[in-house]
Design a protein around this ligand. Structure first.
Ligand code: AMP
Length: 399
């Protein structure tokens, strides 16, 4: 059975067609510059040549049709016709306070996605357009919305409430939601399986360290806390996002630099993080590592601050859960940067945690890098959000 996974941005559409019998990727691809001159489809069918198509695609309806056409194309396609797709799983950014699980799309679900436009102004409108484009192209096809905020829906008020006037929560639903939920859910489940934990008696921390970064505390398979907040800006230091700061910095710097609040928030999202801290060396850890290895002081300070922040959150979440059985690193940096894992774990000796540097430096894919006798398992588990969405889609539809 095949599931199509779609992730629509305002001018882009990423897709994967997954054969769920063996969870293999049949094809994946990307449509870029939708609605902008120079639209382009790049299609990568498994075992066949890459296909690119350059023609104007004025909206997501045209882009969805182009994807369907190439999936059934005689030369570059991977299925004979659209009836070989059982369902479509859509990544949706924000489900607000309404959804703590994935759900089959109906008019109510679409209304909620619309209601959450102001919580996810860049993503939710595009996500809804993608769903409606699929409904128009394939009216009989079931669509499932998989929300990035859903995993955080199990948090208790003590974890999700901010210490601001209660009326802002009541009137505007201002609270912690958390993001990267699909990844945290997938990786925490895989951690329980891989570490051989009893799901109903398990305490797991997942550090999703990518260009965006967040960390979650998961007790018995449920998220009890996570570092991103009302928006993805809070928490860890990221590629270009600041993570936690004193909110008074916004007014202070805005006054000094004659900036609006909107301009300041843009700086905190796009010009900060390791990119800003290193005075623009890079948001990419490969460049920062190269600079650190040459002794660049700013790169060294930046990476030290980055790993210190991750370690502080691990300490906080260990306290929140009154213990931890396994800590898992995932996403671009978490999976590929042994020195980042070492620098974080250096803070965690008090937990009786020890890592095996040989495994840490040399192992690939999914692995356990805890040393013999470590009281806490330390793992690397590659995240796979598309597969997570496909699995959720099957589960919601009972397929
Ligand atoms: P993600 O958002 O999960 O795709 O992660 C992207 C980030 O992961 C990049 O900005 C890099 O900093 C980092 N990254 C990706 N691949 C590698 C690699 N092979 N070695 C070190 N860092 C990597």
């Amino acid at each position: 059975m095949n599931i199509l996974v779609l992730n629509c941005g305002s001018s882009s559409l990423k897709y994967q067609l997954i054969n769920m019998d063996d969870e293999s990727v049949l094809a994946k691809g990307l449509v870029e510059r939708i609605g902008i001159e120079g639209s382009r489809l790049t299609h990568k069918p498994s075992g066949k040549d890459v296909y690119t198509e350059q023609r104007d695609m004025p909206d997501h309806n045209v882009a969805v049709k182009a994807v369907l056409n190439v999936l059934i194309d005689e030369k570059y396609g991977v299925i004979k016709d659209a009836s070989e797709i059982a369902a479509i799983g859509h990544r949706v950014l924000h489900g607000g306070k309404y959804y703590s699980d994935s759900i089959a799309v109906n008019e109510d679900v679409k209304r909620v996605i619309r209601e959450c436009f102001d919580l996810g102004p860049l993503h939710n409108p595009a996500n809804l357009i993608g769903i409606e484009a699929c409904e128009a192209a394939m009216p009989e096809m079931p669509n499932v919305a998989v929300f990035d905020t859903a995993f955080g829906g199990s948090m208790e008020p003590k974890a999700y409430l901010y210490a601001i006037p209660r009326e802002y929560y009541e009137k505007y639903s201002v609270r912690r939601y958390g993001f990267h939920g699909t990844s945290h859910s997938f990786v925490s489940k895989e951690t329980i399986k891989f570490a051989g934990l009893n799901k109903n008696n398990s305490k797991v921390i997942v550090a999703h360290l990518g260009n965006g970064a967040s960390i979650s505390a998961v007790v018995n398979g449920k998220c009890v806390d996570t570092s991103m907040g009302l928006t993805p800006l809070e928490g860890l230091i990221m590629g270009t996002r600041s993570g936690d700061i004193d909110p008074a910095i916004v007014e202070f710097v805005a006054n000094k630099e004659n900036l609006t609040i909107g301009e300041m928030i843009n700086i905190l999202n796009k010009k900060s993080g390791v990119y800003g801290m290193s005075n623009g060396i890079s948001s990419d850890f490969r460049d920062l590592k190269a600079a650190m290895d040459k002794g660049d002081k700013l790169a060294i300070e930046t990476i030290q601050a980055y790993t210190y922040r991750v370690a502080k959150y691990i300490g906080a979440y260990t306290a929140a859960m009154n213990g931890v059985d396994a800590i898992t690193f995932t996403a671009g940096v978490g999976e590929n940067s042994p020195y980042i894992r070492t620098m974080v774990c250096e803070y965690l000796g008090y937990l009786g945690l020890k890592i095996d540097e040989d495994i840490n430096n040399n192992a690939k894919g999914m692995f356990d890098l805890s040393a013999e006798g470590s009281k806490v398992k330390v793992l690397v588990i590659p995240t796979n959000e598309e597969l997570a969405i496909a699995r959720e889609t099957m589960q919601v539809l009972g397929l």
